[in-house]
Design a binder for this molecule. Structure first.
Ligand code: PBG
Length: 343
């Protein structure tokens, strides 16, 4: 054909659409996709939740969470050392309490020598520069599996809040850097902040499970900490109704007024709209918890060869970033960190 002058537009080939904008142009090559990418996932986005058990030199698999173990304190120290070497900023601790130590009041929660407090002291000494986050709620310690104190069928709010404040103090004294109340009682953030400040722990942060829903996705976690069979009824009088979005804004606003340093949404992927709305409204550090059931779904499908587990893991975590999350609590944390390091 005839030679074109430089800069002269080519005539559209027969059948070509006359499109001024073709979004596929930027997606054509890997370099261009990297150049136009809007979000990135880094190791700094990861918080690793770990399960603790009594004993020594033991890792006990969690049935519905392939690849996740309950760790004795010595094993937790080893694993958290590795996590720190990978650059993971923080871990969150969850205990499996010996059933003999559970009672209706969850009094073991306040024991300064309980499993979590012993783990905190060991971890603080061995791995001083990783953040230690503790869950504040009574369910690992109550014989009925609820997050609060009960009177008959009722979960008592204000008496529970007082117990949570005492639990928080025990954890701060043992070395917790950040307290994460997951109980969904009203007024607990303010009470915990007050108790911490009064005892001189003004630097201990609070990450509020601001919007925590009454979700079916916590099933494997309840097995891991041994509360599934114990739980009487459900948690709908304190955890949020999955139908509600505006209410999450009110929960978050109150927690911030009471002194929360950061917000969290839980579960994760089914609630990305909530992550987005909280971030958009409050511009606060905002986190999402990719909970046990979400982990189990990805792992379970991958084990059957139904999806590519690694790609699904990375895609799900990127989705949190796109939704505005500043980080994610995920059981995949060490695996993702290793994967990101390998490039
Ligand atoms: C309990 C608590 C739960 C989770 C974290 N803290 C379960 C529940 O509310 O019953 C769930 C985490 C997960 O499923 O991974 N206070």
């Amino acid at each position: 054909g005839k030679r074109r002058a430089i800069g002269e537009a080519p005539r559209p080939a027969d059948g070509a659409l006359d499109l001024p904008t073709r979004l596929r142009r930027n997606r054509r090559a890997d370099w261009s996709r990297r150049l136009t990418r809007e979000n990135t996932l880094t190791v700094d986005d990861l918080i690793w939740p770990i399960f603790l058990i009594e004993g020594e030199k033991c890792r006990e698999p969690v049935a519905a969470m392939p690849g996740v173990d309950r760790l004795t304190v010595d094993e937790a120290v080893r694993s958290v050392e590795q996590a720190a070497r990978l650059g993971i900023p923080a871990v969150a601790l969850f205990p499996y309490t010996d059933p003999a130590r559970r009672d209706p009041e969850g009094s073991e929660a306040e024991n300064p020598d309980n499993l979590v407090c012993r783990a905190l002291r060991a971890l603080k000494a061995a791995v001083p520069n990783i953040g230690l986050i503790t869950d504040v709620a009574l369910d690992p310690y109550t014989s009925h599996g609820h997050d609060g104190l009960m009177e008959g069928e009722r979960i008592l709010n204000d008496a529970t809040v007082a117990a949570l404040a005492r639990q928080s103090l025990a954890q701060a004294e043992a070395g917790a850097d950040m307290i994460a109340p997951s109980d969904m009682m009203d007024g607990r953030v303010g009470a915990i902040r007050g108790a911490l400040d009064e005892s001189g722990f003004t630097d201990v942060q609070i990450m509020s499970y601001a919007a925590k829903y009454a979700s079916a996705f916590y099933g494997p976690f309840r097995d891991a900490i041994g509360t599934r069979k114990a739980l009487v009824g459900d948690k709908k009088t304190y955890q949020m109704d999955p139908a509600n979005g505006d209410e999450a804004l009110r929960e978050a606003e109150l927690d911030l007024l009471e002194g929360a340093d950061m917000l969290m949404v839980k579960p994760g992927l089914p609630y990305l709209d909530i992550v987005w709305r909280l971030k958009d409204r409050f511009r606060m550090p905002t986190y999402a918890y990719q909970v046990s059931g979400e982990y189990a779904m990805i792992r379970g499908a991958a084990e059957r060869g139904w999806i590519d587990g690694e790609l699904a893991m990375l895609e799900s975590l990127m989705a949190f970033k796109r939704a505005g999350a500043d980080g994610v609590l995920t059981y995949f944390a060490p695996e993702v960190a290793r994967r990101l390091k390998a490039g």
